[in-house]
Design a protein around this ligand. Structure first.
Ligand code: M6R
Length: 357
């Protein structure tokens, strides 16, 4: 039930800090350490390459998951769109492990790939919100998101839950492989949960950004580098699917190779700056588009901010920034759709779970 909320999407955005805390609890052992099923740990440690397969928002979580697994568990990862995988089957490694990410666990495109890889005799782990779902039943292993039912068509809390579970998977695998990371994940996920709460309490700020940048917009760009680029893809998908504004998530450095031609007077460009290593270069990209007339909005992270940034996110661990940086983008999409009178929870042409290929 929506309770006092006008829409499920807003309720689900607000539930994200609580979901983080539930996930930490669900994956903690009696000593308070993060733990996963020993079979999953073994399958991860034995894999020479991981193939993540997913669609839509879950695919975007997979792009972040690749960074987490490669950095924390030192296993190479490829991320594939399920709907493309069938005809563009990559050359598989000797000991592949497949990870299917699916909120519903029912997405037909992903299931088709699962059926194929099981026929080939490979192992598969499904990360899903729905116990007993088709993908969960047909995989060798399952990790649950513990996000509670997600009703709005636009996925929000499942995305952040997927990233948290992928972080746990990566970190526990890394520890099992004897890799020492300077990351206390229980602590850092707790910090992220608190930061998410602060953002959920700052809704008016994001309503204001939506009101300022998007009422007359025909398009909108989300730019970022590194992990911020992946969150930009998710921000663009959110905005497209519920407000029907043409939006594009783009790697900051790639703009000059063509897309910058689309920048006109007043084109909204929302930039994320949460990564120290690329803080200077993403800001240079913002200057490039601003010089061509774009209305720029920088959302940065505490410690990396510069005067004029539109919003400064509370600081979290560099690998976990998507957990917080996505919330302003979810809320901006929500308010943009609301202001345009769109049906936020049930956007046109879309179904919550896509059970056809
Ligand atoms: O249930 P799944 O995670 O497999 O669904 C995948 C996509 O259909 C889904 O994420 C879709 O992109 C959302 N509507 C995005 O908000």
């Amino acid at each position: 039930e929506k309770g006092t909320y006008p829409h499920f999407m807003l309720k689900e955005i607000d539930e994200q800090p609580l979901v983080m805390r539930k996930i930490i609890q669900a994956y903690q052992n009696a000593d308070g350490d993060l733990e996963i099923d020993s079979d999953i740990k073994q399958a991860m440690s034995a894999a020479d390459r991981i193939y993540i397969v997913a669609c839509g928002t879950s695919y975007h979580a997979g792009l972040v998951g690749k960074q987490l697994i490669e950095k924390l568990a030192a296993i190479p990862v490829e991320v594939h769109l399920a709907s493309e995988f069938g005809y563009n089957m990559p050359l598989l490694s000797e000991k592949p492990l497949f990870i299917f990410i699916s909120q519903s666990g029912e997405t037909a495109d992903s299931r088709a790939v699962l059926v194929k890889v099981k026929e080939m005799g490979h192992r598969a782990l499904t990360i899903t919100n729905v116990p007993g779902s088709t993908l969960s039943r047909e995989s060798d292993y399952t990790m649950l998101l513990h996000a509670g039912p997600e009703i709005a068509v636009a996925s929000t809390k499942a995305y952040t839950a997927q990233i948290a579970v992928l972080a746990i998977l990566a970190s526990v695998t890394g520890a099992a492989k004897g890799i020492t990371a300077d990351l206390d994940l229980v602590k850092e996920l707790g910090i992220a949960a608190n930061a998410m709460e602060t953002l959920c309490d700052a809704k008016e700020e994001f309503e204001q950004i939506a009101a300022e940048y998007l009422p007359a917009a025909i398009n909108c760009f989300f730019i970022g580098r590194s992990i911020d680029h992946f969150v930009g893809l998710e921000g663009a998908l959110k905005l497209k699917e519920i407000s029907y504004i043409q939006a594009e998530g783009f790697a900051g450095g790639e703009l000059k190779h063509g897309t910058i031609a689309l920048i006109e007077e007043q084109t909204p460009v929302i930039a994320l700056a949460t990564q120290a290593g690329v803080n200077g270069s993403i800001r240079a990209n913002v200057k490039e588009v601003a010089a061509r007339g774009a209305s720029t909005c920088i959302i940065s992270m505490q410690g990396l901010e510069t005067e004029g940034d539109r919003f400064v996110l509370p600081a979290v661990h560099e690998l976990l920034t998507p957990l917080v940086s996505v919330i302003p983008l979810q809320l901006i999409a929500y308010y943009a759709a609301l202001h345009r009178g769109c049906d936020v929870d049930k956007p046109r042409n879309l179904a919550k779970s896509v059970t056809v290929e």
